[in-house]
Design a protein around this ligand. Structure first.
Ligand SMILES: *[C@@H]1O[C@H](CO)[C@@H](O)[C@H](O)[C@H]1NC(C)=O
Ligand SMILES: *[C@@H]1O[C@H](CO)[C@@H](O)[C@H](O)[C@H]1NC(C)=O
Ligand SMILES: [Ca+2]
Length: 576
């Protein structure tokens, strides 16, 4: 054999080996499908946990994910409040595409007996994983609707969106569900009772007058208005009874919810599922969606007064305990290496949240401007986000590239090796390359920061050191402050559209304190690029009707859950 021949053979042998290795790699990838544990906090701020620089709050378990996995420094939700953000998270699509945008002042689903929610034709990642053979479970807060077109059809519930079973709150935790008399309705509309009583009195008077002067049609009309307003009084004053509901699959199991110990129940339900799954062949998806740290801030007895930040801090620490319980179970079950753990928050901290005595009850967004419900304000959309998955992610990895919560859908689908395409446009991108540290570039070039149906801000990711953020609109903050009276709104009446949009290099100016001069070439060039991107994106968004429209949001008594009618009172028999 000549020398050339030999080296040729060696080369072809090496080539064969490489091909073989690559195929084997694919095979391994195809056969080992990871389990997924998704942990989602509610309203947890960017500055509320230890691994994001908070040195007075104790979150050792959440911090352990940063130590053992990846910490994202620029992870963005697709909405600055619960319902839209969660819809986008589950579908990998901007909430405008599924109709989860407000048309008035109702930014989220606020009560049970209405018909809006995540439409059944949307495909969640849970649905796709279920179709691919995953066991799926949802525990905790849903907040994406209940019924569509018949009382009790449960068509918006997790059970219709890819989860085999679920246990939790269809709505959200609300101040009204606590015991201190605080109410989100009266916080938003402080004089609601005065209004309603005035309407009742006024229209009753008018009705009497109309009847007495023989104008019976008008008389009936005014009577109807009076009765409607009376219904309003009943609804508002019984808000807790009517909406504090806990479900298992399609059944109401508790009303009103006992908030004390609820996190413990969520943990227990999750542990039960993990234990079942550890002995089965099929991979699983567990979505544990905490009702913390949204108000009402009620913790179990053993977490009361433990933190240095009042009842809010206690709630953060209780949630951290819960995260610890889940993580520490994966070890003994032998699931650490096969399980992709993701922790995030659905939106940033609610800066205006206060308790009955006016004490602050919202979280902290660190160096970021603004908070929850402020559309494109950074504090409302940049959230703590961590991933632990030992086969892919090296411990202590820090990812500075902008990513979106919408990316999780695509990432999970890729890791699970699921192929059939999703219904409609996907806005999420895979994070696999960032997580394996084979790139430090964002998978996005643009991200649009919506407030309701309108884009209030946008990001242009030029390269790893330059990320531009343009603001087109601001909330109409209280004079001299960067907060609204209780919540900001997306409705144009409550928004200031800027004549001169503001531009920042947010990669270097995290607090957005140094706007780029509008006179500069950079400003003109970058703004042109951003405007073009917005134009192209918006032109391609197919209109769908709002799920938060008035017609969806009228109170429908027939859709009202009520266990042990007419008491509307029951206690989950599993947790007596
Ligand atoms: C830590 O979080 C608490 C609770 O939100 C907040 O009040 C405090 O300012 C934060 N501290 C630091 C140093 O970030
Ligand atoms: C990133 O883009 C900016 C603005 O165009 C440019 O000044 C900078 O050199 C670029 N950096 C890299 C690493 O490409
Ligand atoms: Ca939230």
């Amino acid at each position: 054999m000549t020398e050339t021949n030999m080296s040729f053979n060696a080369r072809s042998w090496l080539l064969k080996l490489l091909v073989c290795w690559a195929t084997l790699g694919n095979l391994v990838q195809a056969t080992i499908r990871p389990n997924f544990v998704i942990l989602m906090a509610d309203d947890l701020g960017f500055g509320d946990v230890g691994c994001y620089g908070n040195d007075t709050i104790r979150t050792p378990n959440i911090d352990s994910l940063a130590r053992d996995g990846a910490r994202f420094t620029q992870s963005l939700t697709a909405g600055a409040t619960c319902t839209p953000s969660r819809a986008a998270f589950l579908t990998g699509r901007y909430p405008i595409r599924s109709g989860l945008y407000p048309v008035g002042l109702q930014e989220v689903i606020l009560f049970h007996a209405q018909t809006g929610g995540l439409p059944p034709n949307e495909t969640t990642f849970a649905k796709r994983l279920l179709d691919a053979g995953y066991s799926t479970r949802f525990v905790g807060k849903w907040h994406l609707g209940v019924d569509c077109s018949a009382p009790g059809d449960g068509c918006h519930l997790p059970i219709n969106h890819g989860f085999q079973h679920w246990y939790g709150i269809p709505l959200t935790n609300l101040k009204d569900f606590g015991d201190d008399g605080d109410s989100v309705v009266t916080a938003r509309v402080p004089r609601i009772y005065t209004y309603l009583y005035s309407v009742i009195a006024g229209s009753a008077h008018a009705a009497v007058y109309m009847f007495s002067t023989g104008r019976t049609k008008l008389g009936y009309l005014f009577s109807l208005v009076a009765v409607g307003a009376g219904g309003g009084v009943l609804f508002v004053s019984n808000f807790k009874l009517l909406n504090s509901v806990l479900m298992r699959d399609n059944e109401v199991v508790e009303q009103p919810i006992r908030l004390e110990g609820l996190t413990q129940r969520f943990v227990y339900e999750s542990e039960e599922f993990l234990q079942e799954q550890a002995v089965t062949e099929s991979p699983f998806l567990l979505f544990l969606s905490f009702s913390k740290v949204h108000t009402a801030l009620v913790t179990a007895q053993e977490f009361r007064g433990v933190s240095r930040h009042g009842v809010y801090g206690d709630s953060v620490e209780e949630m951290d305990w819960a995260v610890g319980r889940i993580l520490s179970l994966l070890g003994p079950l032998g699931l650490v290496n096969s399980t992709f753990v993701y922790f995030t928050s659905d939106n940033g901290a609610h800066l205006e949240e206060v308790g009955v005595q006016g004490q602050r009850q919202g979280g902290y967004n660190g160096m970021l401007r603004g908070g929850k419900l402020m559309g494109g304000m950074e504090g409302g959309i940049r959230v703590p986000t961590l991933v632990r998955y030992p086969p892919l992610v090296k411990p202590g990895l820090i990812v500075d590239a902008p990513v979106s919560l919408m990316d999780i859908s695509t990432t999970l689908i890729e890791l699970a090796d699921v192929h059939p395409p999703q219904n409609g446009v996907t806005d999420g991108r895979s994070l696999v390359s960032l997580l394996s540290n084979s790139t430090n570039e964002s998978p996005h070039q643009f991200l649009f920061h919506y407030c309701g149906a309108k884009i209030h801000a946008a990001r242009f990711i030029e390269n790893t050191t330059t990320v531009w953020k343009a603001h087109f609109a601001h909330p109409d903050w209280l004079p001299g402050k960067e907060v609204c009276s209780y919540t900001c709104h997306c409705d144009d009446k409550y928004v200031i559209w800027l004549e001169q949009p503001e531009l920042y290099n947010i990669q270097q100016d995290i607090s957005e304190r140094h706007p780029i001069s509008p006179k500069s070439n950079t400003y003109r060039k970058v703004m042109r690029t951003i405007r073009n991107a917005i134009y192209e994106h918006s032109a391609a968004v197919v209109h769908v009707d709002s799920q938060l429209s008035l017609s969806h949001s009228l109170w429908r008594p027939r859709y009202q859950p009520c266990c042990n009618f007419p008491a509307c009172h029951c206690t989950d028999p599993k947790y007596p």
